[in-house]
Design a protein around this ligand. Structure first.
Ligand code: ME8
Length: 516
């Protein structure tokens, strides 16, 4: 079995500071990356910025800066925000990086030429700068691009075209036979429909005179490689494709999953596979397409005035709470709403009152009754395990079969969800355990039992601590700080199989999540 894992985000336009949508994708990809590292896979997590094209030049010009200085300043904002959200990327690719990106982008171009799939032609039609893409009359709504609500520009220019039409049947077959998995199913069907509409060849370069900021076409300095051809190659260039140091490419390609938003589905499910087929490079295994974050039911936009500033939430609630909200509340593959009210509601119910309260009262009991030193004793059978089995948190019979770092008898449904990129589902599994542990305390009332039966009480507290140990392990990909804090409070010593044998707990000086 391949023991490496390669996950990517789109590369984001560096024409502004990052917003909630960028963070959403990146947090999802980070959870996936952290999960696969946790289960022992050598993981490469790539993110980065898309820095060429019309949109960037125009924004740079508007601020009076040169394009390089302009993107440099925005890239810093991305990196700062990613760092405050604990995004554990292994590499940050920038398309203006002539050393790391350009050789790969040019090598892809050269391969497309060698396959006979690049030819010169004249493009007459419409261009949406917001999308950095050519758009047809059919796609317009009231004469405007439906995504950007702007009137596209009419252009006529000589371009190089990519023979996309040559590959559409092959891509359809690969999707149908599962060589490329597209999640969710509805997006897969959408792609298949798109492919049967006979896609036309696409323009793959723009005249240098119009777009002077980009990668020159090899052997033709009068043309610049089109932003999307440039951008998509980042997934290869970041691994060293086209350079001498291509060990990462040899090790990690094909990508296990490209995480993207629904706005750029066609580029990733049709154009990107066609480019790879033409270049003779294996196809990515999965494309995970998520929906849009909305605010009060509307797409976030500066003009509507419903844009959410992630920094404000991180400052007020902490980065883990933000990660929690995105992972739990936004349906992974559909649109989801982001509002302050809902954020506070969920924070109080599930973090402050749910997880935080369970951790703090269990630790208090451990400290008060047992001076923090809790071990399982042989007295009495306290049926926590049966309780967990009932809510399918523990596998019946055999283990889950994969050598997980965390107890493989625990959380089979959690692993299943994580492996199929159902982050919401995985979170539900963790909260099932939290609720079960809460119920266990409510049923056995250790705070009363301690007066009559200390040994039985110890087994109950031991059971909750044991459950919390696995909760913290399972939470680690989503809420790395919280997971670290909980395991620091539990101070478990492990047996030879890596399962908790005893706890020597320490109480937190402040609540994990202060109520708001
Ligand atoms: O399209 N909700 O860059 P981009 C959720 N450079 N996700 C959102 C979102 C929202 N409201 N808005 C944006 C580009 N996103 C190209 C990509 S890849 C080879 C080149 C996220 O800055 C989502 O992942 O417009 C979407 O696909 C991406 O940001 C678009 O980012």
């Amino acid at each position: 079995m391949k023991n490496t894992f390669y996950v990517t985000t789109p590369i984001f336009y560096a024409n502004d500071a990052p917003h909630m949508g960028h963070i959403y994708t990146t947090v999802l990809a980070d959870i996936i990356a952290r999960y696969h590292r946790m289960v022992g896979k050598e993981t490469f997590f790539l993110t980065g910025t898309d820095e060429h094209g019309d949109k960037i030049i125009r924004s740079a010009t508007a601020t009076g800066k040169g394009p390089q200085a302009f993107v440099d300043a925005n890239v810093l904002k991305f990196k700062e925000l990613f760092s405050s959200l604990d995004i554990s990327y292994d590499f940050f690719i920038r398309t203006s990086d002539q050393e790391n990106h350009w050789p790969g982008a040019k090598a892809v171009w050269t391969k497309l030429v060698a396959a006979g799939d690049i030819y010169k032609g004249t493009y007459r039609g419409l261009y949406c700068v917001g999308c950095e893409t050519f758009i047809t009359e059919k796609e317009l709504v009231s004469g405007k691009c439906p995504l950007h609500d702007t009137i596209p520009e009419r252009i006529e220019e000589e371009n190089y075209f990519f023979r996309l039409s040559k590959y559409t049947n092959e891509i359809r077959e690969k999707i149908e036979n599962g060589d490329i998995a597209i999640f969710p199913q509805a997006r897969r069907n959408e792609t298949l429909a798109l492919l049967s509409n006979d896609p036309v060849d696409v323009s793959f370069s723009r005249p240098e005179g119009d777009i002077p900021w980009g990668i020159p076409v090899p052997n033709d300095n009068g043309q610049m490689i089109y932003v999307w051809c440039d951008a998509l190659s980042n997934y290869l260039s970041a691994l060293g494709f086209g350079r001498d140091d291509h060990e990462n490419f040899d090790k990690f390609w094909p990508a296990d999953v490209h995480v993207i938003g629904k706005d750029i589905s066609r580029f990733h499910t049709v154009i990107w596979p066609a480019m790879l087929l033409s270049a003779g490079i294996p196809l990515p295994k999965t494309i995970l397409i998520h929906g849009f974050i909305t605010s009060r039911g509307k797409k976030m936009s500066k003009t509507i005035g419903n844009v959410v500033d992630p920094n404000q939430y991180i400052a007020e609630f902490g980065s883990d709470s933000m990660r929690y909200y995105l992972a739990r509340e936004i349906p992974t593959t559909e649109d989801g709403d982001f509002t302050y009210e809902r954020f506070v509601e969920l924070y109080n119910a599930n973090l402050a009152n749910g997880l935080g309260n369970l951790v703090s009262r269990t630790l208090k009991m451990a400290e008060r009754y047992f001076s923090g030193s809790v071990m399982k004793n042989t007295i009495g059978d306290i049926p926590l395990r049966t309780k967990l089995e009932k809510v399918s948190c523990v596998a019946n019979g055999e283990g889950y079969g994969i050598p997980y770092v965390i107890d493989n008898m625990f959380l089979p449904a959690y692993h299943k969800s994580m492996e199929s990129f159902d982050i919401n589902g995985a979170m539900d599994e963790i909260w099932k355990i939290i609720r079960t542990l809460d119920g266990y305390i409510a049923d056995y009332e250790p705070f009363k039992l301690i007066k009559t039966d200390k040994e039985k009480t110890e087994n109950i507290i031991w059971g909750v601590l044991y459950g919390l140990y696995y909760v913290s392990s399972a939470l680690a990909p989503v809420m790395p700080r919280t997971a670290g804090s909980i395991s620091g409070f539990l101070r478990a010593s492990l047996d030879k199989e890596g399962k908790p044998r005893a706890f020597k707990t320490e109480s937190p000086s402040a609540p994990l999540f202060a109520r708001k």
